[in-house]
Design a protein around this ligand. Sequence first.
Ligand code: PGA
Ligand code: ZN
Length: 426
Amino acid sequence: MERFEIKEVKAREILDCRGEPTVEVEVWTKGDFLGRADVPSGRSTGKHEALELRDGEDRYRGKGVLKAVQNVNKIIAPALTGRDATKQREIDELMIELDGTENKSKLGANSIVGVSLAVAKAAAKASSIPLYQSIGGPHVHILPVPFLNLINGGKLAATELDFQEHIVMPVGAKTFSEALRIGTEVYYELGKMLADRWGRHSLNVADEGGYTPSGMKDPREAFDAELKAIEELGYEDEFVLGLDVAASHLYNQEKKRYVLMGKEITREHFMDFYEDLVSTYPVQSIEDPLEEEDFKGFAELTRTLGIQIVGDDLFVTNVKRLNEGIKIGAANALLLKVNQIGTLSEALDAAQLAFRNNYGVQVSERSGQTEDTWLADVTVGLNAGQIKTGAPCRSERTAQYNQLLRIEEELGSTAKYAGKNFRKPK
Ligand code: PGA
Ligand code: ZN
């Protein structure tokens, strides 16, 4: 027990990839094992996410997290000292109790999730097993399809594109490393083509590393460009396409209309647009096609489109909202973001609920990430089969891909790439 007994919990304020403050937590055990975890941060956030505590005030333009740091050091740390780091659920429940609110607004989800993940890392270290195995047990062996977000729009890029992420999915590769290689080759090729057609400013990259073609407005133009790059390299059998629309941010609540390419359209028109898109392009996955309260619309699209429909702002990694969706068949995959809910245990609960109900699970970055790589480990630990962590550039994104390469090597011949079975890996 000494090995696992928590000796010290300590938080600090660090910077994420956008230069905004975030929380880092260290958990030390008596055996001198350290778990250190960084907390990511979203920009295109869902209304129902757990609360991210920011200081307000002048420093860092109000974005400081010293209150959250203080909550870890002064309130959570004393409660955790002496506890067993392997008792993840017990520790997470204790923090939920200490907070006492529905959305973790007292202590802040950013303080709680930092501790939760650092505890998981400390337990893995003290057990001398990798984090992915500590999370998933001996049967972990699935390497995920990387959902490579190559062209960016919406809230995460200075482009005129409405949709947030235009994704390529290398489902035809045989291994994860091959998927990453061909995906990256497509990224280079696409860059060259975009610069030729849309000008060299297109090569500026957005928050998640995707290109920002100047003047491009139509998501179909983004798909055309991606397909052209894929075809140029002879990879048309290896790739399918995906989207994160983040439709809540295109929705006008009062008018009950979406704004697409400068025009107001009804929800029904938007659904027709998707039908058209799916019949014209090899699209296999759409995240948040409609605004975050439209469970019925999600259910209808899941039935009619016959592809993966992912709920991000819809579910916010929350079992209550996921259950609501399951009841009526809204979406058929959960986007899993640990900081949306605030503890690892609750995120794992959401993943299990999804699997039990034939939903897929896509583990996701936030647009504000750090160089910490727990995301890759959580993905493999869940045998999730799919990860979304941006374009294969910018270190906070490649850090995840590089960790997956290491895990693939470590798993050796038992590693299996999810490929076309990304929603239900076998
Ligand atoms: P966020 O965006 O991390 O800024 O919330 C990512 C997404 O919507 O999937
Ligand atoms: Zn999203």
